[in-house]
Design a protein around this ligand. Structure first.
Ligand code: BGC
Length: 751
């Protein structure tokens, strides 16, 4: 078919109804704030301006820090999280520095402050933006109660490599899902107005491409061409800008040879000019200085020069701005206007946060920490984050016939580890583990025999396995809690092997040999290659690291007080060698057919061309262990009666896709219905499918409902051969269903 391009004005197009509805007034410049910024700026010395651009992490000597703050040489601190210390630093800034400019206090509040929610990858499995917004709101309420008014979150890096430890902090592999959920987090952190004392400024990170680190090794180079960057890696950051994110953080990686903290195209042309961002950009930890190690700058002075000219407004902890900017200005290499603009951006956010009016925090307000309603919300989040991957013979939920359960595995009672990575403030004494939750909910009715088998995830000592086998033999059902300690994922914690660590696999094998029904629950920061253990188990429930309330959430799920509804936000590979493996890959010229001869079936001395020529691994095929979007329920669902509002559409139209969803099982349950679209032929090759809509739908057993998704045709736009964001006319396929292999199919044409 002849193809024409419908050009859309990218900047003004309504790219998504959902994203636009997230737009916050905080991004709108107010005259009042601008006047105050200018008035203050006009009184500042060059040293004071450079001071605002300096973020420090307090070291041992509070007196030395206070001196710097007094001199106006510090604009922000991070890594302090108690009200008394924060107030003391703030008092120095406000009452003892010449202009009294308050500090902005940052902290990594990634999935909760004290009340720890599931890791972001787990939360993403809920496919529930409301829940995620609520979690971020609670995190903001708790963090702001001690004076933290800025979080380094959400992390909206598209993450397609489970070897990369930071996949735990991400919202998964998908651009649309990450965009929707990341925007929800921004809304939750920032609330209705930044000015509200319970609001904390969000900081989408790491800008940009960090998740594509070569080989899944943290801090590594990325090689993302501009079209892929714009189609896959930038939209989640743009969605965060639309949601009103107050700040951005650069990333550690160099993309195509340019370190992110020196990338003026991304920071100025894309972020500010294209997206209209007017908050400030902070570097990642020492990433300005690290441009020397990258071989991009010869010394600290050049690093300061390249970073400031690229548009990094605030430098996190490497001091090249305070050490070199003045000299660079006197040499004419940096314009004073560049400094003024950076300071404007920083002051604008400080004014928006109301820090000048309310610099201090009420030190007696600690009662919001671990509030009952926060714990309840964290439990709900853990319930919705768990993904049921297998349930043979409906072994779950456990019924009344269960009189004795064996609880085994190193994660059954691991209060520190179930909180997951990036927990600086959560206290393990508040964690409710599965063992404790099961004992407290069922201990009086059911005999619970606890025999961990191995004591922590990496433990290679098999000495405890015999006791676990004895416990299993005495029980009606075995609950095996395995996975990863929290230290095995997160920053710099990458793995080349994603099998269960230590003797955990041997433990599963040994208890499976008892023949007792085996339910394996995995707590981990990433997809693990658990095909072997899945095969040995009757049921498999993946809860990621579920946070403070993981125990009660899992107890409810195991006994059917709640029904699993989570769906995988990331593809689970069978083998590490398959990575990267993601559902939304481009079509190849020789796609896998599924009928190929696999390794074991190849006859001896087979001829070179006898196997055919398609894209797959002889030993692993092409399919994942579990696909993106996948997750079972205790109930079952049927999708049928697909209808499209029209099969011929044009620019400006909205396609309505409707279908009937029926709960065909015995349980009231929630299904995450998903809509995928494929642009069949493009001016460049296009993904085999892309998620375009999803919705959680609660249905009573036997209930049927007509569901409809509205999809403005504009949302089919992509960056084409001419590097223009356009909807190209042509043929499209779509599917609705419960995962990325959805089978109910329709098609339409854009004319
Ligand atoms: C991480 C950031 C984090 C920052 C501050 C860096 O090492 O990459 O994600 O926000 O430290 O703690």
């Amino acid at each position: 078919m002849k193809r024409a391009s419908m050009k859309l004005n990218v900047l003004i197009a309504i790219s998504s109804a959902i994203l636009v509805s997230c737009q916050s007034s905080t991004s709108v410049k107010s005259n009042d704030v601008e006047k105050r910024v200018e008035a203050l700026l006009s009184q500042m010395t060059l040293e004071e301006k450079i001071g605002q651009m300096n973020q420090i992490s307090p070291w041992d000597d509070p007196k030395a820090i206070a001196e710097l703050i007094k001199k106006g040489e510090v604009g922000s601190i991070l890594n302090v999280a108690d009200a008394k210390t924060i107030n003391a630093y703030q008092r120095t800034a406000v009452e003892q520095s010449r202009l009294g400019i308050p500090l902005i206090v940052g902290r990594d509040v990634i999935h909760g402050f004290k009340t720890i929610f599931p890791i972001p990858l787990g939360q993403a499995a809920s496919f529930n933006p409301d829940l995620i917004e609520k979690g971020a709101r609670i995190a903001a309420i708790e963090a702001s109660s001690v004076g933290v008014r800025w979080t380094f979150a959400p992390m909206v890096d598209i993450s397609r490599d489970p070897r990369w430890g930071r996949i735990a902090e991400s919202l998964g592999e998908d651009t649309y899902l990450t965009s929707v959920l990341g925007a929800a987090m921004v809304k939750g952190f920032q609330g209705d107005s930044l000015n509200n004392p319970t609001s904390i400024a969000a900081c989408p990170k790491h800008f940009v491409g960090y998740g594509a680190a070569e080989g899944g090794r943290d801090y590594n180079s990325t090689h993302i061409p501009e079209r892929l960057l714009r189609n896959v890696y930038l939209p989640s950051f743009e969605a965060a800008a639309k949601a009103g994110a107050a700040t951005y953080m650069t990333s550690f990686n160099d993309n195509d040879g340019i370190p992110a903290s020196g990338n003026g195209y991304i920071l100025k042309d894309v972020l500010r000019k294209e997206w209209g961002f007017d908050g400030f950009v902070v570097s990642d930890w020492a990433s300005v200085g690290e441009m020397i190690a990258h071989g991009f700058c010869a010394d600290g002075k050049e690093a300061a020069l390249k970073a400031v000219n690229a548009g990094v407004d605030m430098e996190m902890v490497s001091y090249h701005y305070v050490n070199h900017l003045k000299e660079l200005i006197s040499e004419g290499k940096v314009k004073e206007e560049t400094i003024d603009n950076a300071v404007r951006n920083i002051l604008r956010v400080k004014f928006r946060l109301g820090l000048f009016e309310n610099p201090y925090v009420d030190e007696s307000k600690g009662d919001v920490l671990y509030a009952a309603s926060h714990l309840e919300a964290a439990k709900e989040a853990a319930i919705e984050s768990a993904v049921l991957l297998k349930n043979e013979g409906s072994v779950l939920p456990l019924g009344e016939s269960v009189k004795t359960i064996a609880v085994i595995g190193p994660m059954a009672d691991a209060p520190h580890d179930q909180m997951g990575t990036w927990v600086f403030d959560g206290d393990k004494n508040y964690t409710q583990t599965p063992l404790k939750a099961l004992e407290s909910a069922y201990g009086d009715k059911i005999k619970i025999v606890y025999a961990p088998g191995v004591s922590y995830s990496r433990d290679t000592n098999t000495g405890g396995i015999a006791a676990a086998v004895r416990a299993a033999s005495s029980a009606d059902v075995v609950l095996a809690f395995v996975g990863e300690e929290s230290i095995l994922s997160g920053e710099a914690h990458c793995l080349a092997n994603l099998n269960l660590q230590g003797a955990q696999s041997a433990l599963i094998e040994a208890v499976a040999n008892t023949g007792k029904p085996l339910v394996t629950i995995v707590m981990a920061g990433r997809p693990l290659t658990i095909g072997k253990e899945a095969a040995l188990s009757d049921a498999l429930l993946y809860s990621f690291h579920p946070g403070t309330m993981g125990g009660p959430a899992l107890a409810d799920l195991l006994f059917g007080k709640s029904v699993p509804s989570g769906k995988l936000p990331v593809t689970f590979p069978k083998e590490v060698g398959q990575i990267p493996l993601y559902y939304s890959h481009n079509s190849t010229g020789r796609p896998f057919q599924g009928t190929e001869t696999m390794l074991q079936d190849i006859p001896a001395e087979a001829g070179q061309t006898s196997l055919g020529n398609t894209s797959f691994y002889l030993d692993a095929g092409n399919d994942p262990l579990y696909p993106f979007g996948y997750g079972l329920s205790y109930s079952t669902f049927k999708y049928d009666n697909l209808k499209l509002s029209s099969e011929k559409l044009k620019e400006g139209d909205v396609l309505t896709v409707s279908f009937d969803l029926t709960n065909t099982g015995k349980y009231d349950a929630t299904e995450v219905a998903q809509l995928y679209v494929q642009d069949r032929f493009g001016s460049v090759t296009r993904p085999v499918k892309e998620l375009k809509r999803f919705e959680r739908i609660a249905l009573k057993s036997g209930e049927s409902r007509s569901v409809s998704f509205s999809l403005p045709i504009e949302e089919l736009a992509f960056w084409n051969i001419d590097m223009k964001k356009v909807v190209e006319a042509g043929d499209f396929n779509l599917w609705v269903g419960g995962d990325s292999r959805a089978a109910l199919k329709g098609s339409f044409v854009v004319e």
